[in-house]
Design a protein around this ligand. Structure first.
Ligand SMILES: NC(=O)c1ccc[n+]([C@@H]2O[C@H](COP(=O)([O-])OP(=O)(O)OC[C@H]3O[C@@H](n4cnc5c(N)ncnc54)[C@H](O)[C@@H]3O)[C@@H](O)[C@H]2O)c1
Length: 347
């Protein structure tokens, strides 16, 4: 009997053709993962961050490759791994994206690798979807405007997802320290989403009074968002590193993360730095967001609360979204099958 095993290869274009840009579906998948997280139907080891070489110049992020494994149950029932490189200077020095990723999924019965696929798009889409689902539970219902600080890849998917869960959004304002990035963002995303997008002259102009604020930057130098800028009733998705003053978090009505142990282990975001510095205790965390989606804790309770959601990113979302795309690709006979072996050499 032949023991030939093949693995499917899906490139970015295959991922797109199999639903990789379908934000409404990805938002549903991401929400379902939070529900399964609340039901503890998952396995999630800590991320491994691989770093090497000389330190970057002061105030600049270090290049790294994160290895992120996860198993998620329920209708996904899938195990896999994302390997994602982050080279923050790529867009400016090499005309390449900051992040590039592969996702590998494994059969849960016999362990064989099923698919190797582009994870760059999936990673960006799920990150946007996490904030989109965040807004569904934590933002006011009547929001019309989104403020974005950082005009990179993540801000694109953040806006796509916020449009899905808050369709009342009609306008966005964007600021990036590189004005050309803001202008390119506004031109592309206003056409893609049919929104009115204004390029701001400062982070303060974006943040002051924003109904929904997103920070998705590569900043690790000085905090960007200052105390006193957030309006009553706002929802702030703090997606990346050192993006607000400690006082912003200290004065929020509710602070949520996706997984508190992972946030503390990765030590990469404002709320993690505060915990390290003894400025934010475990008890200060309102909830892990799955508790809200799972109905164990309320989300927004009135129109005055200032709510901050600071996810570190879960492999569970990557493998869940990847598995749905993989299933579609199999059904539609997409991608390329490549041999793992004709017959295993040893057993
Ligand atoms: N929490 C998560 O799950 C998650 C997932 C993916 C990415 N991220 C993080 O999101 C961040 C952004 O990723 P990306 O793919 O959009 O990167 P990107 O390089 O495409 O865009 C980042 C943008 O931030 C801008 N920027 C840097 N400092 C700034 C400042 N002080 N003010 C305004 N703009 C500033 C840069 O000019 C750049 O345009 C990264 O740090 C990444 O690690 C988080």
């Amino acid at each position: 009997m032949s023991k030939k095993v093949e693995v499917l290869w899906l490139c970015q274009e295959d991922v797109i053709a199999a639903g990789g840009l379908d934000m409404a579906t990805i938002v549903d998948d991401v929400e379902e993962v939070f529900r399964l997280y609340a039901a503890r139907d998952y396995a999630l080891p800590k991320k491994v961050s691989l770093e090497w070489g000389d330190d970057p110049p002061p105030g600049e992020q270090r290049n790294h490759v994160n290895l992120m494994p996860g198993y998620i149950g329920g209708r996904f029932n899938v195990a896999g791994l994302k390997a994602i490189a982050s080279f923050p200077r790529n867009p400016f020095r090499h005309n390449l994206p900051r992040a590039s990723a592969l996702i590998v999924l494994h059969d849960v019965e016999v362990g064989l690798p099923l698919v190797v696929m582009d994870g760059t798009l999936i990673s960006a889409m799920r990150t946007g979807a996490v904030s989109g689902v965040g807004a569904k539970y934590l933002a006011r219902e009547d929001v019309t405007e989104v403020g974005l600080i950082g005009a990179g890849v993540q801000s694109r998917t953040q806006l796509m997802a916020l449009r899905v869960t808050r369709p009342s959004v009609q306008q966005a304002t964007v600021f990036d320290i590189r004005r050309d990035r803001s202008e390119a963002f506004a031109a592309e995303m206003s056409e893609r989403l049919g929104l009115d997008i204004h390029v701001a002259a400062s982070a303060e102009e974006v943040a002051r009074g924003a109904e929904i604020l997103v920070t998705a930057t590569t900043n690790i130098a000085e905090p960007i968002v200052r105390h006193g800028w957030l309006a009553p009733g706002s929802f702030y998705a703090h997606v990346s590193g050192y993006e607000c003053e400690y006082d912003v978090i200290r004065h929020a009505s509710k602070v949520l993360v996706d997984d508190w142990d992972l946030v503390k282990a990765r030590m990469y975001s404002t709320v993690a730095y505060m915990w390290r510095d003894g400025e934010f205790a475990d008890d200060d965390l309102y909830a892990e967001f799955g508790e809200v989606v799972g109905g164990q804790k309320p989300g927004r309770e009135n129109d005055q609360e200032v709510i901050i959601f600071s996810p570190i990113g879960l492999a569970l979302h990557d493998v869940a979204v990847a598995s749905c795309i993989y299933q579609t690709a199999v059904t539609k006979e997409m991608g390329q099958k490549v041999p793992l072996w004709d017959s295993p050499l040893w057993m």
